[in-house]
Design a protein around this ligand. Structure first.
Ligand code: ZN
Length: 295
């Protein structure tokens, strides 16, 4: 253990406990670095896997700036439905029409715990999916990012530090999106056309500004609720009882470092053959919506 860890680990533990209890987390010592967002209000707790707060090192899986999905995500689907009606050319939640196609989407990767397991299941079943990646985690796991791309999946933008965009300035939002584009483009050669907002949280200003940046904002119509760390049977039920032709299914290939997504992986093993047996065809989001995958 380094002197830094010895000195700061207890402090970080307190910050983590404060965050878990829903109170304002204690501000850890912040280090400036090249990737620091402008006007940042980020309070990032850390641990030995996640590395130094606010920085990315090779092999680290930085925490979600807006907090773990398990504690922080609210249901924004109703809001997003209204936004999708108002901005049909920018934000989409599912495909319409008579197609039998559906799309699996995975947020919050890459990591080295669950993303490789998801990739293994997809490969075994010959299914291509869409991964909405966090820029800081792409920087931490370039090898896993490369694998996602090499195995024929599509990569979308899920911001750099995963803040709640609707609480941030538009300047900060543009930085989050562009910085993520950059780190993905450096690795796989394209800037994603697709973007999914952290926690699904958006306001009208967010949608308009992202539309001006030429993104297609992708929501979802089926929520597996895997982020609640529920057993495989529940994840399966949530998907199998609500999916229909044109559905975009929300799952997660990474989470908070305390989070166990093994129920999601086990469910995925069964969900894919069950839906194929119904005659549904798995495609990527750009294929489902007939839009390009890059800008
Ligand atoms: Zn997310």
């Amino acid at each position: 253990m380094t002197w830094f860890a010895k000195r700061f680990l207890p402090l970080l533990l307190v910050a983590f406990l404060a965050a878990s209890c829903g109170s304002r987390p204690m501000e850890p010592e912040r280090r400036q670095n090249a990737r620091q967002a402008p006007n940042s209000e980020i309070s990032i707790y850390s641990h030995d896997e996640a590395g130094t707060p606010g920085t990315v090192t090779e092999g680290s899986t930085p925490p979600l700036a807006g907090g773990p999905e398990k504690f922080e995500r609210m249901t924004h689907l109703a809001d997003n439905r209204a936004l999708a009606r108002k901005y049909p050319g920018i934000i989409v939640l599912n495909a319409t029409g008579l197609s039998n196609k559906i799309a699996l989407t995975f947020d919050d990767g890459p990591d080295e715990r669950f993303t490789p397991q998801v990739l293994d299941v997809l490969k075994k079943n010959g299914v291509k999916a869409t991964f909405f990646l966090i820029g800081a985690r792409v920087a931490g796991h370039p090898d896993v990012t490369q694998r996602i791309h090499n195995e024929g999946h599509i990569i979308g933008n899920h911001t750099y530090w995963h803040p709640k965009l609707y609480k941030e300035s538009l300047e900060r939002m543009r930085w989050e999106a562009s910085e993520t584009d950059k780190v993905i483009r450096d690795l796989v050669g394209y800037s994603p056309k697709l973007l999914r907002s952290p926690y699904g949280g958006l306001n009208e200003q967010n949608v308009e500004a992202l539309g001006e940046m030429n993104y297609s904002i992708v929501g979802w119509s089926v929520d597996s609720l895997d982020w609640k760390q529920i057993p495989a049977e529940e994840v399966k039920k949530n998907v199998l009882t609500t999916v229909k032709p044109g559905s975009i299914i929300l799952m997660h290939s990474g989470g908070d470092w305390r989070q166990d997504l093994s129920g999601m992986v086990a469910a995925l093993e069964d969900i894919i053959p069950a839906l194929k047996a119904r005659g549904l065809e798995f495609v990527t989001v750009p294929q489902l919506l007939n839009i390009p995958h890059s800008k």
